[in-house]
Design a protein around this ligand. Sequence first.
Ligand code: XUL
Length: 518
Amino acid sequence: MFLGLDSSTQSLSALVIDPASGSVVAEESVNFGADLPAYDSPSGFIPGGTNGEVHADPRMWIEALDLLFSRLAEKADLSTIEAVACSGQQHGSVYLDASFADRLATLDPATPLVDQLAPALTRDTSPIWMDTSTGDECRRIADALGGDAEVCRRSGSVATERFTGPQIRRFFKHDGEAYGRTAVIHLVSSFIGSILAGRNIAIDHGDGAGMNLLDLKSLDWDDALLEATAPGLRAKLPATGASATVAGGISGYFPSKYGISGSCQVVLSTGDNPSSLVGMGATRPGTFVISLGTSDTFFAAMSEPVTDPNGFGHVFGNPAGGFMSLICFRNGSLAREALRDALGLGWDDFDRGALAQTPAGNEGRVMLPFFGPEITPRHDFEGPVRNFPDDAPAPVQVRALLEGQFLNMKLHSQWLGESPELIRLTGGASQNDGIAGLIADIFQAPVERFAVANGAALGAAIRAAHACGHDLEPLTTAFCQPAPDSRIDPDAGLASVYESALSRYKTLLTSTTGAPVA
Ligand code: XUL
């Protein structure tokens, strides 16, 4: 058996797979808001942050680990787990002093993890991926390197607010003393992995590339980026490593307390998007993944490591080798929910109903679907922009929003220079046939949905098995299958309708933001 964990924004979940039978044998989850109410973080982060700050309490993540294992041990026999790997929300960082390594090495099963590890924190709260507070830091890093194009050439992304390097710089600037006391900085994924391993583990190339610090050519930390970010940073960062690396055996804490096998191996962690690439069976170019969540993400394995000249898209390590693209759209469910609530609709009228009542292309009506600031494209939208009256009937508005979201996605993924052979769709709204069909028509590619909802945890379990000698191909064949009857083929007759819609969308975007769109 192999165990995959995913520490996401809202929950920590676990999934156990048995490669011999090709089945998922156990699944368990801890919801931060509902299960750990003492942290006052109903959605997994501390509400009310100012100046774009969005932080979470890392003690909540530690406490969730004990709770998750206690629940999992009740459900499944953990003595047969051969290896564990972890996935984590990307970019978030945890800051620890020199005592952390000793604390990890001497974990006592009689005392909760949080009591043993929390005293090592040098920063009480962790900035997470939703944080947009580091505009000044990004500019400083880009200036020091001679411009954003150079930061992007080295690290695969322009200096980006939520990325870890700019976040580290902000910490150094605002609390230099605590930065000085910091001995190690982890990503969320490598932090959880280090607790499991009982020692500081390396940061993999998948999640490491989301820091604006990793040189994509050498796959080591980049000295010029380190220097532009904060002093003495190399000494505070774990080493880098390939995702499929066994970091070592599990800490004795987990076998004594939860009966997990004492010979269980810990595989390096990765970010939730690289992990989902594995869990969605999309580690080879040609398959695009679209994940519909709080924010929508788009990612795909890359044939060549090209970068986005406009600086919205990112390049991360593909856990199966090579690279992947990632584009994050902040106005995902956030926007769908805002319009649904504004029109007083239920989900059924919202998607199936409205789409059935309106023609593809919406008779030329277009909406920039941004109910709040957007990162792709980067602009402080204060609400959606329409080329039609804002009191138009609800079905027209809903179609305009959904078409706008996926036209925007198509437009901002063109830098990849690749068209999808297949799209794999995941996340809450993916179950809706109307939305899935719309995506198939806009991208002119078949869309498949999956039986396993948590692609990131599944990807982690598959990575654990892969790093321990199982071939990736049979694992993905066994576990990454679309749900029966979930495939929707595109209507080839709509290709030209959506080509015209894309050019109308581009015109509206250019005239609104004033920025040219490639
Ligand atoms: C990716 C990103 C988000 C988080 C969500 O760049 O910021 O997708 O990884 O967990």
